[in-house]
Ligand binder design. Sequence first.
Ligand code: PMP
Length: 367
Amino acid sequence: EDKRTVNFGAGPAKLPKSVLLQAQKELLSYSGIGISVLEMSHRSPDFSNIINKTESLLRELLNIPDNYRVLFLQGGGSGQFSAVPLNLIGLREGRSADYVVTGTWSAKAAKEAEKYGKVNVVHPKLDTYTKIPDPSTWTLNPSASYVYYCCNETVHGVEFNFTPETNGPVLVSDMSSNFLSRPVDVSKFGLIYAGAQKNVGCAGVTVVIVREDLLGHALKECPIVLDYKVQAEMNSLYNTPPCFSIYIMCLVLEWIKNNGGSAAMQTLNKQKSSMIYDIINASNGFYACPVDEACRSRMNVPFRVGKKEGDGDLEKKFLDGASKRGMISLKGHRSVGGIRASLYNAVTVEDTEALAQYMREFLKEHQ
Ligand code: PMP
């Protein structure tokens, strides 16, 4: 009964077992008060404690400077595709924004932003999302309101291992799928956001970290629940927040803190992803990852089985065999096919070793 399936899902994703046990323990009575977080008022002192603690843990774990506000919003990462332009594209005259488009998620964000202003994609359109165009080739517009990029493209497994230089405009990043997987210098950004359901919790809440001086520039058509200034003034309690999701995030952040914080996560994530990439690289093409080595994601490892473009039958066999060993959600995103192993913070070295072992055996049997 204790045995849990090994979950390599891209999100919602695995949560630490201790977090689930704690939530279970407190489900009937949170901290002895006789009701659960699912049932309490978002204006109660108990919930205030939870949301304040979540914020202070985030501030501590990411060293967030005092001139940044932390918001807990609904609408997911996709809500932020709209909220970012609605709040920031009016920062400067001309309402234009620069987008780096390295995969599905930044492409969607750019498309949404077109509703509210001019979008300049700073590099020629990519045929395949397998690399990051060299920043020296980007045509940045010095009068753009902001420069936007997705730090880790979850579908394609393309991750930035550097912070782009904008030479003026504020930098905005979608860190949904690599949030708190390593330290980050928040002061280089105007805004960072992340849906919680991959590295820091369950679905329902999106963290927004925004520099204070960027508040108050929302377009007049911005829905009030997405208005950063309103939400900042109300401590994310303009309306009912996703209370339980915030509580789960609080437990996950405590777990990250107790396990050494963002630096320790970085070490583990490097170790885990290398275990899988090493096997791919040493497989003589039996396993193939299409992504440039320089920007291979530590979070989502996409690969094909059998040959470069993937052998459908063999990939099905691979997934079936994995499932028989209790390893699930390894199927690549429907838009790209193949296999994708997501190795977020809660996925252990042991979980990863189980996958690595299986990949070695599968290779031996089928190459
Ligand atoms: N950005 C990234 C990088 C994502 O991976 C996802 C979801 N997988 C989203 C945005 C969209 O998030 P949501 O489904 O919460 O709207």
